[in-house]
Design a protein around this ligand. Sequence first.
Ligand SMILES: Nc1ncnc2c1ncn2[C@@H]1O[C@H](COP(=O)(O)OP(=O)(O)OP(=O)(O)O)[C@@H](O)[C@H]1O
Ligand SMILES: [Mg+2]
Length: 214
Amino acid sequence: MKKGFFITFEGCDGCGKTTQSVIIVKKLKELGYDVVHSREPGGTVVAEAVRNILLNPKNKIFPVTELLLYEACRSQHTNELIIPSLCSDKIVVCERYTDATVAYQGFGRGLDRKTILSLNRIATSDIVPDITILFDSDLKKGLQRVDIRGKDRLENENIAFHRRVRAGYMWLAKKYSRRIKIVKTGSRSIEDIACEIYKIIAGRLKPSGKLGAK
Ligand SMILES: Nc1ncnc2c1ncn2[C@@H]1O[C@H](COP(=O)(O)OP(=O)(O)OP(=O)(O)O)[C@@H](O)[C@H]1O
Ligand SMILES: [Mg+2]
């Protein structure tokens, strides 16, 4: 039985998911929580190997192949890391999860949404995040930021693709408004955004040692 707390970070490329998840993980650990920080695609040895295939710009991958690789990756990651961590009362902070597949492969690639939602359920054994922080950010700013580091296969897609992804995230935020909390980044500082995220998450957590969603 799941007793921990599952937090996901979502949003377009370069919006600050890694930056903010590192900050919240550090803060929660300081407060005495047992925290696991992970990411998708990836998170375990097998899933990280699939990540390398998925994100390598040299690979030509067909849309359905891409979808199935993401879901295969998710199944491995969920069963090997997320479920065992939640079952041992840990907080799991994960950069990207099921919503990303709806946004990128559903809205971005145009694959059938219902199929994706049902594959998500199979790959996760119906585990759903307790809370999802979704960054509403400037697309071009985000892409410029990741350009400095070198773009991966999906980041290399054109701006129209990224606009569809963003629309997909907004569709999800409306559909799952209780779970998904939108955080606007604009030109706010990293510290200011971190403060808002902490408030959202702290309001949902029990004191350390008594974990389990409220
Ligand atoms: N609020 C902010 N203001 C200015 N720069 C920021 C802010 N947040 C993040 N950055 C910078 O933008 C870059 C991208 O941030 P980050 O890697 O956290 O994004 P990401 O969402 O994890 O990207 P990806 O989608 O590629 O994983 C980093 O260099 C980071 O330092
Ligand atoms: Mg990142």
